[in-house]
Design a protein around this ligand. Structure first.
Ligand SMILES: Cc1cc2nc3c(=O)[nH]c(=O)nc-3n(C[C@H](O)[C@H](O)[C@H](O)COP(=O)(O)OP(=O)(O)OC[C@H]3O[C@@H](n4cnc5c(N)ncnc54)[C@H](O)[C@@H]3O)c2cc1C
Length: 460
């Protein structure tokens, strides 16, 4: 077991040493975490309850979202979506060219896979769908009117995959541990009840600062797209004279990482991600119910990881984690890119080179989220999206933290729901580190990041 030291100096100057284990449990999703004793290390009050995700270590996601690496064509995703021998089909956010890494992309990929199948299947066929996330549920829904038998195999004991609305008596709203934010005019907003997150606040240790605009990022991308070879977003920015280390631009890039899951230095400028949202909609309804409804009458087998897919011209055979094998005419694989990259499923024969090349070319990024519930709010701002700019320092300079993670993006649900809820989102390398932290370290990271939003800091 690897251990790392987390040095905490309290405001009064006392030093404490907390040993934090960095070896995560391979749990599919995080269970509710309670905080029985106050943390003596930050001025931000300890929440009544907290809950966080752990997608990075989850064996059935191995990360949060796919991203397009430097030098990789977006058509690579099309290659990944190509059926193999008319028997093995692919869907899932990573296979969607237009909106990868999103709920919208996942749904669209399911629609595309179902359309391909509809052109091929014959009456009475048996179709297996692997994965009961948005893509898998969409495939099942779109094949429901055909005379075919659809069976969905899901590794977890719940449906929804990387959308996960955790319903818990201690929480006034479903706790969204996966995807839950969409653009102001995104049509996926119809999936469940949403609230508008329309006002942003950017704050550094010096106080409120002017919100950054996406324009420098957009011009850097436009300039890079005229170059003979692809470069990273970081290189594109530097080439136009911008400094990606400058605190406000760094905060904008950290916000971008909460949707791409990757650092700007890993992202392609030729095939850039969607720009950071100034305003968004957040789901406060149960997204999992939507998936359940889309699965309809399809046979659903939970807690059934598929470990092997054997295929030939006549059909496919699936092996389950239990060792049991079962035969189908065709299969639709919707498991996350991270699972396929880590060979979570064996293919026999191996997938064609084009598919294996595409799997290795794309990147799997990291996003983690932490929800905090308070009995009383300690903040007094009406802004719904908060951004932390600059170094991770205590407001009064009394705190020394090592090996913790700055949670730079926060959603304040109080003004739009009346509930004292704050949601921290962290992306890219920080998210990977955040997932490795134990409860104390993760909570302390979150609370320390919130110091800038204490009312006493507002005039700082
Ligand atoms: C923390 C986080 C924040 C996000 N934020 C946003 C956001 O704000 N807006 C947005 O639009 N999108 C967001 N996303 C992305 C969005 O949630 C995903 O793109 C989408 O949910 C993916 O759906 P999918 O069906 O492609 O994959 P999944 O939902 O991952 O479904 C695949 C299913 O396959 C199952 N599976 C895996 N391995 C096996 C196996 N061997 N056998 C059987 N089943 C298996 C999994 O358990 C899973 O249920 C976020 C994702 C995360 C993790």
């Amino acid at each position: 077991m690897t251990r790392r030291e987390l040095l905490i100096g309290a405001g009064a100057g006392a030093l404490g040493v907390l040993l934090v284990s960095c070896t995560p449990e391979p749990a599919p999703t995080r269970t509710p975490t309670r905080t029985p004793t106050p943390l003596p290390t930050t001025k931000v009050p300890t929440p009544a309850a907290s809950m966080r995700s752990e997608w990075a270590t989850d064996p059935f996601s191995r990360g949060a979202v796919s991203y397009t690496r430097i030098g990789v064509q977006s058509a690579t995703r099309q290659t990944l979506a190509e059926p193999v021998q008319g028997r093995v089909y692919f869907a899932g956010e990573a296979t969607d060219v237009d909106n990868p890494g999103t709920m919208r992309g996942a749904i669209h990929s399911g629609e595309s896979a179902a359309m391909r199948l509809r052109a091929t299947v014959e009456a009475g066929e048996r179709i297996a769908v692997i994965g009961a996330g948005l893509a898998g549920a969409t495939v099942a829904a779109d094949l429901a009117d055909l005379d075919v038998e659809v069976t969905v195999f899901e590794a977890r004991d719940r449906v929804g995959g990387r959308i996960h609305s955790e319903i818990d008596d201690d929480w006034p709203l479903p706790v969204q541990l996966g995807g839950w934010l969409v653009g102001a005019d995104d049509d996926t907003a119809a999936l469940a009840e949403t609230v508008e997150l329309a006002t942003a606040m950017w704050r550094s240790a010096e106080g409120a600062i002017e919100p950054p605009v996406n324009a420098p990022l957009e011009s850097a991308i436009a300039a890079a797209q005229a170059l003979p070879a692809d470069v990273s977003l970081t290189e594109a920015l530097t080439a136009t004279g911008a400094d990606p280390e400058e605190p406000t631009l760094a905060a904008l890039l950290a916000y971008l990482a909460t949707t791409t899951g990757a650092e700007a230095e890993k992202l392609s400028a030729w095939f850039p991600p969607a720009m950071p949202l100034a305003a968004a909609q957040g789901f406060i309804g149960d997204l999992t119910a939507f998936v359940q409804e889309r699965l309809g009458d399809a046979q659903l087998t939970l807690s059934s990881p598929v470990t092997r897919i054997a295929y030939d011209d006549s059909g496919v055979s699936l092996r389950l984690g239990t060792g049991e094998s079962t035969s189908f005419d065709r299969v639709v694989v919707t498991v996350p890119l991270g699972v396929l990259q880590r060979e979570g499923i064996e293919f026999a024969p191996p997938l064609p080179f084009a598919h294996r090349g595409a799997l290795n070319a794309l990147g799997m990024g990291h996003i983690e989220t932490i929800w905090l519930r308070y009995d009383e709010p300690f903040w007094d701002t009406e802004a719904t999206i908060w951004h932390v700019v600059g170094d991770q320092q205590s407001v009064d300079g009394g705190l020394v933290l090592e090996n913790t993670v700055a949670v730079r993006t926060w959603i304040n649900l109080l003004p739009v729901t009346g509930e004292n809820l704050l949601v921290g989102i962290v992306g890219g390398d920080d998210a990977e580190t955040f997932a490795e932290l134990k409860e104390e370290g993760a909570l302390l990271s979150a609370l320390t990041s919130l110091e800038l939003f204490l009312p006493s800091a507002a005039t700082g």
